[in-house]
Design a protein around this ligand. Sequence first.
Ligand SMILES: *Cc1c(COP(=O)(O)O)cnc(C)c1O
Length: 370
Amino acid sequence: MPNKNIYVTKPFLPSFDEYSNEIRSIWGSYMLTNDGPLYDQFLIGLCEYLNADNATLFVNGHMALDLAIKALRLKGEVITTPYTFVSTTHALVMNGITPVFCDIDNDTYNIDENKIEALITDKTSAILAVHVYGTPCNVDALNQIAQKHNLMLVYDAAHAFGVKINGVPITQYGDISMLSFHATKVFHTIEGGALIYKDALLKQTLANLRNFGINGPESILAVGLNAKMNEFVSAMGICNLRHVDEQINSRKIVTEHYDSKLRNKAGIKLFKRNDNVHYNYAYYPILIDDKITGFSRDELFIELQKQNIFARKYFYPLITNAECYKESYAYRKTPVAAYVADHILTLPLYADLSEEDIDRICDIILSMVR
Ligand SMILES: *Cc1c(COP(=O)(O)O)cnc(C)c1O
């Protein structure tokens, strides 16, 4: 019997009845978009869940990040990581900003706070860090550097929904954090995104920018675009917020089963987790040291694929090696990021991935060790 396909992730869906119940009111209100009652309801629920004072919802995470950059008027150079999804870099470059790539930490795969200050120039306007795989950046160190040099601190928290440090939601750190609610993320609204921010004055700026700069029936205050979240999407958010804690819990169980199978295997590096962090178990990356295992990341990737298991090379290629970027800037070397991009493999992880499937995946990996 051929084994079924296992993909790197599988989106959560509420029951059909739960979702249809939530959208029923639209057939009475005829509000389909433009911040109707479901938008408001989702926003309130989200702010409660994240303990956030200020939040705005968007059509997707990328547009949220793009508008964060515009609202904060970032310019010149921004120090960021090459080890991320390309959206992070595109958002800077599409706003005319030069990304300055800083190497990453060997254990967290996040921007290495010890290497940032050497990259600061009089053109630097901000740090754009990513909580890669939902692992928190060193938020205290980044905050200190940003304060000392008068830089904005922006987080791409696309992977980090629900993550807390000492009980504090991760989106409470920095000047502004972007969340992605794409279908592949731990919490999703099909497509969607949010900004969580400190400065309440940004609310009006963001509201204008994401609605063509329109400020009132006869007032067009700014040059803007269209990045609003609609009512059907908000309804999905309302439903999925009810289930996200149980989803994270199930992901934790899946993660722990992987850990129990792969822990202390020579040449396979797993995440170190800290007790003070509440994780969301968004991804399960393993780092393959081929000199020890006798097989490379790419060999494992192909072997799994042959057996209908579709792991992903998150993040490969490194952004600085992408076709659209490799010729553009004179990059400094980021050797840690380069090594991780060449050796990382993200294994399938979702709430209802069965123990049998995890066993099968791990048995393939372990059978390859020479
Ligand atoms: C998913 C993702 C984004 C983009 O979010 P969308 O909602 O898909 O636009 C940006 N950055 C990172 C790190 C992501 O994983």
